[in-house]
Design a protein around this ligand. Structure first.
Ligand code: GDP
Ligand code: MN
Length: 369
């Protein structure tokens, strides 16, 4: 069974191989939210169980959250070798100085694991194997005795790794071989393993586990049950983004906007008990959504706590570079704490939903005038 890149990376990283900060998303809106909280630029990568994504257009870069929205939208729903892209990995973009290839698999002709490496890694590796097979170095560790770190360093030397990175490269090869054994793999591969100013990092990861061994690796199988979407987001035609906790309250807020002559741009339900993180994600989505001129956040805290909401708002507003107004109605559980947090951050709020909705529409009209 082959695992998605993000799962393989998590496993490799748990064994001590460096990876880049990354997050899995299921929609362009989530891509924006996640990107807003990461260092830019980012890489947006289709998560599919087939290789050759780079060449198929499934790996793209984005310099800001708006671009992340665009490329995420392009990649999601794309077909790569007949496989539909349903989720993405958004990663900090590595500053690549060189791409290496390292892999461990079974050589069936000799019935042994083989470590294959090359100093010329990257998307052309299959072609390289055909045109210049001598550029792929093969090493057969003794399967019945321990694979020793000095052997791994020997391989690293043959890869012509700059001398100061030989021990790090050796360490990664040694770890990859041990992941391969530990998880009963058919393949454990990093292509490319990239040299960056921060050292050697796995920029891609492939892991195929022998099906008959899966019963021994429930932890892996469990990682395949994805989390559901954090927020429910519906695009509408207007320019006032409406966010609320609970579908009923959000619908009411939309009605209030309409009643005052405004047009909602979104229906975004953050649900009950939303965390600070969910609030700031929801805000990041609408703040980066082009048609939005005003955001109307309508929260009546029940299980949702007003202070969590306030902290989420403060976080999200830290990195907005568009001109957007936000009108907040914040009452309910922990309202005093929440209002205090907003006051300290200099963010105004309303108590009455009617007043807040009216203000949102007025601000929007002002912006349009
Ligand atoms: P694959 O085509 O499915 O193997 O996807 P990869 O994850 O290997 O990405 C393909 C290529 O995209 C890599 O060989 C790199 O050249 C490039 N790439 C991927 N991630 C990054 C990154 O973080 N920074 C840069 N500069 N290039 C990247
Ligand atoms: Mn790759």
């Amino acid at each position: 069974m082959r695992f998605f890149e993000n799962v393989a990376k998590k496993i490799f990283n748990d064994e001590g191989i460096a990876i880049l900060e990354g997050h899995v998303v299921y929609s362009p809106e989530e891509a924006v939210a996640v990107c807003s909280e990461m260092d830019i630029p980012v890489v947006v990568k289709a998560q599919v169980l087939t290789g050759g994504r780079g060449k198929a257009g499934g790996v793209k870069f984005a310099d800001n959250p708006g671009e992340a929205l665009k490329v995420a939208d392009e990649i999601l729903g794309m077909e790569i070798n007949g496989e539909k892209v349903k989720h993405l990995l958004i990663e900090e973009k590595a500053d690549i100085q060189h791409e290496y290839f390292i892999s461990v698999s079974i050589d069936r002709t000799v019935r042994k694991p083989v470590i294959m490496t090359s100093k010329d890694g990257g998307v052309e590796i299959e072609n390289l194997a055909k045109t210049n097979p001598e550029k792929i170095i093969k090493y057969y560790p003794q399967p019945l005795i321990e694979f020793l770190p000095y052997e791994a360093r020997e391989i690293a030397r043959k890869m012509e790794v700059p001398s100061e990175y030989i021990s790090q490269m050796g360490d990664i090869i040694w770890k990859l071989y041990n992941v391969f054994l530990k998880y009963d793999c058919e393949t454990a591969e990093i292509n490319p393993l990239v040299l960056t100013p921060k050292g050697l990092i796995a920029a891609d990861a492939k892991m195929v586990v022998e099906n008959d061994s899966l019963y021994r690796h429930q932890d892996l199988v469990n990682m395949l049950h994805y989390k559901k979407k954090a927020v429910d987001f519906v695009k509408l035609d207007g320019d006032i983004a409406v966010i609320g906790n609970g579908a009923g309250l959000t619908l009411t807020a939309m009605d209030m906007i309409k009643l005052n002559g405004g047009e909602p741009a979104t229906f975004l339900d953050i649900g009950g008990g939303a965390s600070e993180m969910v609030i700031s994600q929801a805000l990041n989505i609408v703040l980066n959504y082009d048609p939005v001129k005003v955001v109307f956040l309508n929260v009546l805290g029940g299980i949702t706590k007003a202070d969590d909401v306030a902290r989420g708002v403060v976080n999200a507003l830290k990195n907005v570079d568009r001109r957007v107004y936000i009108v907040i109605r914040l009452t309910g559980t922990n309202e005093k704490e929440g209002q205090k947090i907003l006051e300290e951050a200099g963010i105004p709020y309303e108590i009455s939903m009617e007043e807040a909705a009216k203000k949102a529409v007025e601000l929007c009209n002002e912006l349009k005038a």
